[in-house]
Design a protein around this ligand. Structure first.
Ligand SMILES: [Zn+2]
Length: 103
């Protein structure tokens, strides 16, 4: 597998919530947001429900395909220079793309 093409699962997204939270809300800008970060680090939530219990919504656990915009449990992430967070494509869309290539 190439370095810039990787599987990304919803579990990976959940595992990365604390880090992404810190990127979006740097230390010291809000006491409440710092508290949430501390809980994310201390409790290491591993389920959607556990994240929701801390942040109060599940938006930080959502994984969507960039082509069909559907919520998915897994996508392939293509890192590239044009998008900061890479392009995420689900199995259905990848399969459709492969059919196009095969024609
Ligand atoms: Zn898709």
């Amino acid at each position: 597998m190439m370095d810039n093409i990787n599987l990304l699962t919803r579990q990976d997204v959940i595992a990365g919530v604390a880090e992404r939270w810190r990127e979006q809300y740097p230390a010291g800008i809000s006491h409440d947001r710092d508290k949430i970060y501390e809980r994310l680090v201390a409790e290491k939530p591993s389920t959607v429900e556990a994240v929701k219990a801390i942040i109060d919504n599940d938006s930080w656990t959502i994984l969507e395909c960039d082509v069909c915009d559907e919520r998915r449990d897994a996508v392939v992430m293509f890192d590239n220079r044009t998008t900061e967070h890479g392009t995420r494509i689900c199995q259905d869309c990848l399969s459709a793309g492969m059919r196009e290539l095969a024609e």
